[in-house]
Design a protein around this ligand. Sequence first.
Ligand code: CU
Length: 356
Amino acid sequence: MRRGSIVALLGLALIAGGVATAVALVPTWLPEDASQEAGRIAFTFWFVIAICIFIFAIVAAVMVYAVLRFRVQEDDFEDGPPIHGHTGLEITWTIIPFILVTSIAIVSAIVLSRNDAQAKDTLRVDVTAQQFTFTFSYPDAGNVTSPVLMLPKGRSVELYMRSLDVIHSVFVPQFSQKEDVVPGLVTQLHITPTRLGTFPLECTELCGLGHSLMRSQAVVMEPAAFDSWLKKQGKTAAPPSSTTTSTTSSTTTTSPSAAGLSVFNANGCSSCHTLSAANATGKVGPDLDNLVAYAKKANQPLEAFVHDSIVDPNAYIQPGYQKNVMPGTFGQSLTKSQLDAVVAFLVQSAQQSGNK
Ligand SMILES: [Cu+2]
């Protein structure tokens, strides 16, 4: 090859590689890492991207060069020269990709095994997914439960995940990991948070009409703050209410309506229902401030109507709404006292708003 052609090819490769590098680096493609695992995954990601840019630069340079340099002349009807391969070139373009692909496999294997490695003092969190809500519980702390995933910074945490109905998937973008939650299986996910903050935790497996509402949060706290949070939850025993409602429930700590309110919040009822007593504004299901009128229309006593609607939502469908949207699993997932509390709470607040 002439020297001029080599210089032209190199120049084109540098331009193509430069453009591709700018596209990779200038926009912010990934959220800022918040866990050790995310850092390793990001490393693998950029390692693969660097290899891709290298290959892209070579291919783009040769292609552009060939288009310009070997463009057919007008009124040239000759056949091209007969070429029968080039052993040296073929060996090169087999060995280089082989080395690159093998190195990706090795890096990925190391990252995967490190990401799954638990520390000795790993914290266990049980995750229950159901249409359309997550519940997190801490078996080492007397099964404290929370609608939000609370995590201590710097500690190794293992999630043990179960589904009560269909396939869901847990995803926190800042942790860079996704894991399916499959009925009949216990799937696991290991996280070591490195950054304080509140991050979105969402379901990333289309799981029904309420899928887009199946969102929670991962809150990473200082270990001391986390420990005192756990202790406080252990004392009050009732499932903690989310941060938005703690102000309302703290004034009436032990009354039945506070227990009912926290069941209502912890089970995602507020994402589908409007209820002024809970500051809930969901629009997927009927407005629960009108329960008195609904019970009358259904020709049932209020309390029985509310109870049956929660345990067996399909038994009576409110006109204008669909079957199988409200989860049918509350009959099993709520304890009897939780169920009684939420029924009493709904009956009470319905009567109050009915009297207004
Ligand atoms: Cu889901």
